[in-house]
Ligand binder design. Structure first.
Ligand SMILES: NC(=O)c1ccc[n+]([C@@H]2O[C@H](COP(=O)([O-])OP(=O)(O)OC[C@H]3O[C@@H](n4cnc5c(N)ncnc54)[C@H](O)[C@@H]3O)[C@@H](O)[C@H]2O)c1
Ligand SMILES: O=C(O)C(=O)C[C@@H](O)[C@H](O)[C@H](O)COP(=O)(O)O
Ligand SMILES: [Zn+2]
Length: 356
């Protein structure tokens, strides 16, 4: 299928190239680099081979750095090991970092690049749905620490983004479905056509070779590109991309990062829908549940977990002092960030989420 190029604006504009096989665009994105470090976790090794060959053919020296998979690799220890390798190989400011894989690998690679020499170029080569539609676009990089998810990081926009649609055939089904939670989020906050496409044919939405998933990916990339072009540093509009993440990140922490990010976001989206209804906003609870369930995504959680989840939500990046803030919908495609001080209301919404 053809290549689609989606531009991201702002002070440091770049292109997101969506294609079955977008590798030819990579050399231009790292033009001028003598060395490129390629960070990846073992499950994406076949796709890394393409990246390494493309760079080597372009005359670039490649340093391959294998990292632990998924959230296990998204740590400060992994970053330190990568920086040691860059030091050994003599990486300078015209050199570059490429992260290949899902969102965890690209968040880590971006963070390594953001800190090395106070910031060198980087390119995420996204091979998962969540990676393509969300993590690779927008320059949020970082690692998890014991206190919580993504609490250490930097805004560091990439030089370009590759979305490797052809890689989705090797992505395990549960991972693909988890990534669709971020697509559903995009539908509710900005692009209702996304919701209609999934409602019309949920099976097509999870077919990695079909045109529906490709359209969903492109639509969500456009949503994200628009938002981060306006507000890279999350001083306002960008907070809408956190819809479902306040509880979602708390669940990930409580599960010690063994839950898939998208699964936790799915439960968080349900919670946000319930909170929206309970605060007199639009009622999307049934629609949210139907869409997430049609994708085999979780819509409830442990009833006994409220206290640790509330504690984890207090270090959410949208919190201000003691106040918790949530993204809620006034209508589909009309989100706003709302401060909720009433702990009773938050608990009752949780009881509705987890109740019979
Ligand atoms: N920076 C951002 O704006 C942003 C946005 C959304 C999500 N995220 C982060 O991204 C992560 C979630 O991303 P994810 O869902 O991609 O999870 P992930 O990165 O953990 O990848 C899921 C699994 O799929 C494997 N994988 C990826 N592509 C594959 C392929 N083509 N074939 C076979 N295996 C493949 C990975 O190695 C991993 O085992 C979380 O850490 C989340 O916090 C960041
Ligand atoms: O890009 C953003 O902004 C988002 O909030 C996208 C989220 O899907 C993503 O999970 C992000 O990493 C969350 O960021 P955080 O700042 O809440 O850690
Ligand atoms: Zn997310």
């Amino acid at each position: 299928m053809n290549e689609t190029v989606i531009g991201v604006g702002g002070d440091l504009p770049y292109d997101v190239v969506v294609s079955t096989d977008p590798f030819a665009a990579l050399p231009q994105m790292v033009k001028g680099a003598s060395r490129v470090a390629v960070l990846f976790a073992p499950p994406v090794a076949p796709h890394v081979a393409r990246v390494v060959r493309t760079l080597a053919d372009a005359g670039v020296g490649v340093t391959v750095i294998e990292i632990p998979d998924a959230e296990a690799g998204k740590t400060i220890e992994t970053a330190q090991r990568a920086w040691a390798r860059l030091g050994e190989a003599g990486f300078t400011r015209n050199d570059a970092v490429v992260g290949v894989g899902g969102g965890a690998a690209t968040d880590l690679a971006g963070f390594v690049a953001a800190c090395w020499l106070r910031g060198v170029r980087w390119v995420p080569v996204a091979t998962s749905v969540a990676g393509m539609v969300d993590a690779a676009v927008g320059g949020k990089t970082g690692v998890n620490i014991a206190a919580g998810k993504n609490l250490v990081g930097a805004f560091h926009p990439p030089a370009g983004v590759l979305c490797v649609i052809g890689a989705l055939t090797t992505l395990p089904g549960p991972q693909l479905r988890a990534g669709l939670a971020e697509v559903v989020k995009g539908g509710f906050i900005a692009d209702p056509r996304i919701l209609e496409l999934i409602e019309a044919d949920p099976a097509a939405a999870v077919d990695p070779t079909g045109s529906v998933l490709r359209e969903l990916v492109e639509r969500k990339v456009r949503v994200k590109a628009h938002v981060v072009s306006e507000d890279l540093r999350e001083s306002g509009l960008r907070e809408i991309l956190n819809y479902g993440h306040t509880l979602g990140h708390a669940i990930e922490k409580s599960e010690r990062y063994r839950w898939r990010h998208g699964d936790a976001v799915s439960v968080g989206l349900m919670y946000a829908a319930i909170l929206g209804r309970r605060t007199g906003r639009v009622d999307v609870v049934d629609r949210m549940r139907a869409i997430l369930t049609s994708l085999d995504l979780p819509v409830t959680y442990r009833p006994d977990a409220w206290e640790p989840l509330l504690a984890a939500m207090r270090v959410d990046k949208k919190a201000r002092g003691a106040a918790l803030r949530f993204v809620l919908l006034n209508a589909v495609a009309a989100p706003e960030t709302v401060q909720i001080d009433d702990e009773g209301l938050l608990r009752e919404a949780y009881e509705e989420l987890t109740g019979p």
